[in-house]
Design a binder for this molecule. Structure first.
Ligand SMILES: Cc1cc2nc3c(=O)[nH]c(=O)nc-3n(C[C@H](O)[C@H](O)[C@H](O)COP(=O)(O)OP(=O)(O)OC[C@H]3O[C@@H](n4cnc5c(N)ncnc54)[C@H](O)[C@@H]3O)c2cc1C
Length: 492
């Protein structure tokens, strides 16, 4: 089989490139097609003996033995799935642009090869493709398809403390004909396997490309600097696909693995492949907002509130604080309860304190300088996380800074609810970096998205990011994929 352009992976990255490319292309995808409602039924039928997120992941498992993801070490809580569309089914839909500061990084080795203004038009396109619903107060220069309804109640409750707070944008499965409201989203809060299929998935992005499912690309064969053939494995036996150019969009670990298994030209900077892996570490905190009545469940979508006043950068670590829109856990509520008030029979007043308890989820950047790395050994992917463990103590100062900010703004920290997950492990399923396109000599991929040392291998996806910061990556993944498609069209 011969194709002009071969795309490996049918997730957001691969499909967004295909959406923008002029001319024919073929997407190969190792995962099988599936019905999302059948997967939801599978989840409902499961004995609820394991963690909710682990059960959701199991519901997505592929039927093929060749689609078992690499097992990452216990101190990395991130993972991924290998069905048609990959993690672009499983994601939560929280949609951010990266902060401008990420594009103003001084150190070349971690600097993006273009500036913040260059990516803006692609962000706008990505937000349309992902069908973003946003808060009218969203500070980024958003291009949402619709507004999230019910945001005013949240602004009202939080503004005495956090006047800049806004509801984080969400990607909704809206049809172009019906762009009002949140589509089918009823705020069920189970976005990772939505019972209504109301969150945007990669298959909702239209692309003219033909998709060949259940085709695993094992490796690429090169002739000199040019990749000429994808050696594939399918349930029906081996398959060879020859091509003019190939775009690898197989998500962080698998894109890397595919390259490691290929006979790469000597000029490819292999020493930097797998380095600067960035994900996010997490802490959970809580605070009490005196006299506030937080309107839990009062927007018709499952979302989080972004609190700029409790976000920022310290010691080279960007952090973003999200307020949860569901009531606090037992520790947060117990920590908010004033027993003296209760003992004085101020029952109503002390119960009202609970209505002002806000749980917080802190996304902490793992800076690329910490050099968490993946490498390939004994036929499997391994991780070196020493750089993380040697530096994670720095997060303690970030947490203290957040507490200080709270107090300055009149919020009362509920320290009893503190959960510093970062001390044990990291990982929010954002496998970023590893095939970086930095402006420095350590870049593996050029500003033209081409694997250095190759003539015709292009990379799409979050592995390109020289620096991610503390924000979720998918809007940027889609924006970059559109930028890549434009460059290839211009080149043609
Ligand atoms: C639980 C969870 C929650 C998340 N929540 C958010 C969120 O709220 N906001 C956010 O911005 N991001 C979130 N993410 C991250 C988001 O899912 C990813 O950024 C996004 O899906 C990446 O898209 P992709 O196309 O690069 O990868 P994928 O969507 O994983 O697509 C890669 C595709 O390549 C296929 N493939 C892999 N190897 C091969 C091969 N060798 N041959 C053929 N095909 C191959 C895979 O089967 C897969 O379909 C979350 C991720 C997870 C897992």
């Amino acid at each position: 089989m011969f194709v002009e352009t071969l795309i490996i992976g049918n997730g957001f990255a691969g499909r967004s490139v295909a959406h923008g490319l002029k001319g024919p292309c073929l997407i190969v995808e190792r995962g099988e097609k599936f019905n999302i409602f059948e997967r939801r039924a599978r989840f409902n039928a499961m004995e609820k003996a394991d963690r909710h997120d682990a059960l959701i992941r199991r519901s997505y498992e592929s039927k093929h033995a060749f689609n078992v993801p690499e097992e990452l070490p216990p101190d990395c809580a991130s993972d991924y799935i290998l069905v048609d569309g990959g993690c672009s089914n499983h994601w939560g839909g929280l949609s951010f642009r990266l902060s401008q500061a990420m594009f103003e990084q001084k150190v070349e080795a971690f600097r993006w090869p273009f500036d913040f203004q260059t990516i803006q038009p692609y962000y706008r396109e990505a937000e349309q493709l992902l069908r973003i619903s946003a808060d009218p107060r969203d500070p980024d220069e958003r291009n949402p398809l619709t507004e999230i309804k019910g945001t005013e109640r949240w602004h009202e409750a939080l503004s005495p403390f956090f006047p800049q707070a806004y509801i984080g944008a969400q990607a909704h499965n809206l049809s172009m004909e019906q762009v009002e409201g949140q589509g089918l989203c009823m705020g069920a809060g189970d976005c990772e396997l939505c019972p209504m299929d109301a969150k945007t998935r990669s298959l909702h992005i239209r692309a003219q490309a033909r998709v060949l499912n259940e085709v695993l690309v094992e490796r690429l064969r090169f002739e000199g600097g040019k990749a000429v053939e994808a050696i594939c494995h399918t349930p029906r036996g081996p398959l060879s696909i020859r091509f003019d150019r190939v775009i690898i969009a197989a998500h962080g670990v698998e894109s890397l693995k595919l390259l490691w298994k290929s006979d790469l030209p000597a000029e490819v900077p292999q020493a930097f492949m797998g380095r600067y892996c960035q994900d996010h570490a997490v802490a959970e905190l809580a605070c009490r907002l005196p006299q506030a009545k937080i309107p839990f469940f009062q927007v018709n979508t499952a979302a989080q509130v972004v609190i700029p006043e409790l976000s920022g950068e310290l010691d080279g670590i960007e952090y973003t604080t999200l307020g949860l829109m569901t009531p606090g856990n037992d520790a947060a509520l117990a920590g908010s309860l004033d027993l003296d008030k209760l003992n004085d029979w101020a029952i109503r007043e002390s119960l009202e304190d609970l209505a002002g308890t806000l749980s917080l989820y802190i996304l902490l950047e793992i800076p690329p300088q910490w050099d968490v790395s993946l490498f390939y050994e004994g036929g499997g992917v391994r991780m070196d996380s020493d750089g993380y463990h040697g530096n994670k103590h720095r997060y303690d100062a970030v947490i203290e800074a957040i507490y200080t900010k709270m107090e300055t703004l009149g919020a009362i920290p509920v320290r009893a609810a503190e959960q510093l997950h970062y001390r044990d492990a990291f990982g929010t399923h954002h496998l970023v970096g590893m095939l970086n396109m930095s402006a420095g000599d350590n870049a593996v991929v050029g500003a033209d998205f081409r694997l250095k040392g190759s003539d015709n291998v292009y990379i799409a996806g979050s592995s390109l990011f020289p620096r991610c910061g503390s924000r979720n990556p998918t809007v940027t993944v889609v924006a970059l994929a559109r930028m890549l498609a434009d460059q290839l069209n211009d080149h043609a």
